[in-house]
Design a protein around this ligand. Structure first.
Ligand SMILES: [Zn+2]
Length: 116
């Protein structure tokens, strides 16, 4: 398996965390909504079972959401790890012609400043 830099999924966690917390509201609204629908359809549902499912899902979403938010908003930040991983473009140093990362300001080989 490829080793990814720590914090690679922080961006994703920042999106998923609040989304999971938002889903709690969805699961909270599910039993009364289903109750109304089943009443309108003239069917009977086991509302206690639905409520239990909704509580389990709310708890799961809350825990996962909090974990994602903690992971997403704390700890070491990797600046655009995905973008950096894609950017493998190298430029030759104007002095010694050794290949240097595109964002390098100083040549790693000869130590001369690279001006672009
Ligand atoms: Zn150089």
């Amino acid at each position: 398996m490829m080793k990814l830099p720590k914090g690679t999924y922080k961006g994703l966690a920042k999106i998923l965390g609040p989304l999971l917390l938002w889903m709690i509201a969805g699961w909270a609204a599910y039993p009364p909504l289903l109750d109304k629908i089943s009443l309108a359809m003239g069917e009977t549902v086991d509302i206690d079972e639905i409520k239990l499912l909704s509580y389990i899902m709310m708890t799961a979403c809350a825990m996962a959401g909090i974990i994602f938010i903690i992971y997403g908003y704390t700890g070491k930040e990797v600046a655009d790890a995905e973008i950096n991983a894609l950017n493998t473009e190298k430029w030759p140093c104007p002095v010694c012609l050794s290949p240097q990362p595109a964002e390098a300001k100083k040549c790693k080989n000869c130590g001369k400043n690279i001006i672009r």
